[in-house]
Design a protein around this ligand. Structure first.
Ligand SMILES: Cc1ncc(COP(=O)(O)O)c(C=O)c1O
Length: 365
């Protein structure tokens, strides 16, 4: 990341927005949150949007609003940040893992059917690393079994499928404004995008202790509200999101043009998909050799989801074994996040590719 390049030019605007919130004295669920909800809703085809405290709460509340709880199963990907599976388990439901596709790292629609049981209550795909999951195919399976779909869009704000925003395909979608996300805040924040006003009303109630009016409490909810300072700053960043995503896409093009594809397996972009490269994950059989070559040039890289969810100790009681999700396991062992942010220059990219090309001769690709 390059925080300075991203936020520096907006510093005055950000300072003014923060000062304005301080002047109003409204800090939680005020006009800035309402304006952000309305602006995101405009982008999401008019779907009602509800700000919450973070992307993990967004998942928990979305699942709760669909009445998912103990005894229920939710089909999801093992190749994601822990929060996706955690949210399911937090409600007492069981995450049922289903393997991914190698090219886009997302839930494989063809593998879902075999995982559906009478207990299945929802399908939860993740638009991982900024690439849209195959929503047409996933929604088709969901429709055939009359199951709701929740899109975990934490990593993919602005990604589209044939021009349609991700977050508008399922019954619900969740967003994270964590500071490293494509659309960041300057702290924690999240949002739930809802199919209709009825679900949005339930989400609004759940984020405020299960009450609509702060007097009558109709169910046990959460204290999970988005604050005004975050909303004010996220609104500014939202105006630059498409330009930033274009910068990330240009960096991905630059990696390709600089010949990285001769050295590593590059992330794919499926037909019709608009990838926004939240992370740039390239694969190599000897990932450690690549990491060392980059570290030797003081270039940062990172492993994400090195242990897929089905093999995490906390889910040992579910009985999965190594080999159960071969594609996710292969990706977990070989994928590496290379430098990626909206302001990455062609020279930065060429430096990375040059460093990668210095891995010892004979290293398996
Ligand atoms: C795929 C995914 N889902 C959910 C979350 C949770 O978001 P948050 O950190 O805002 O709780 C994250 C981010 O950390 C994420 O990457």
């Amino acid at each position: 990341m390059d925080i300075g390049a991203q936020y520096g030019p907006l510093r005055t605007e950000i300072d003014e927005a923060i000062a304005h919130v301080l002047d109003t004295g409204r800090f939680i669920l005020g006009p800035e949150v309402a304006a952000l909800e309305s602006e995101v809703s405009d982008r999401m085809g008019g779907r009602p949007c509800v700000g919450v405290a973070n992307g993990t709460d967004a998942l928990v509340i979305a699942l709760n609003a669909l009445d998912i709880g103990p005894g229920d199963e939710v089909i999801t990907t093992p190749y994601t940040f822990f929060a996706t599976a955690e949210a399911i388990a937090r409600l007492g439901a069981t995450p049922v893992f289903c393997d991914i596709r190698e090219d886009d790292f997302c839930l494989d629609p063809a593998a879902i059917d075999a995982r559906i049981t009478p207990r299945t209550k929802a399908i939860l795909p993740v638009h991982i690393f900024g690439h849209p999951a195959d929503m047409d195919a996933i929604c088709e399976v969901a429709r055939a079994h009359d199951l709701p779909v929740i899109e975990d869009s934490a990593q993919a704000f602005g990604a589209t499928i044939t021009g349609r925003e991700i977050g508008t395909f399922g019954d619900m979608a969740t967003v994270s404004f964590f500071p490293t996300k494509n659309l960041p805040g300057i702290g924690d924040g999240g949002m739930v995008i809802c199919r209709d006003e009825e679900l949005a009303d339930r989400v609004r109630r759940l984020r405020f202790h299960g009450s609509r009016d702060k007097v009558t409490f109709t169910e046990v909810g959460y204290n999970s509200r988005l604050d005004e300072l975050q909303a004010a700053v996220i609104r500014i960043f939202a105006r630059h999101l498409d330009r930033w995503n274009d910068g990330r896409r240009a960096a991905a093009d630059a990696y390709r043009e600089a010949g990285l594809g001769d050295l590593m397996d590059l992330p794919a972009e499926r037909d019709g998909c608009h990838h926004i490269y939240h992370l740039y994950m390239a694969r190599h059989a000897d990932r450690e050799a690549i990491r060392s070559a980059l570290a030797a040039e003081s270039i940062a890289s990172a492993v994400y989801y090195g242990i897929p969810m089905h093999l995490q100790p906390v889910f040992a009681h579910l009985g999965y074994r190594a080999g159960d999700m071969p594609v996710a396991e292969a990706c977990a062992e070989s994928a590496l996040a290379l430098p990626m942010h909206p302001h990455l220059t062609r020279q930065d990219v060429e430096r990375v590719v040059e460093a990668v090309s210095r891995i010892p001769a004979g290293t398996a690709s």
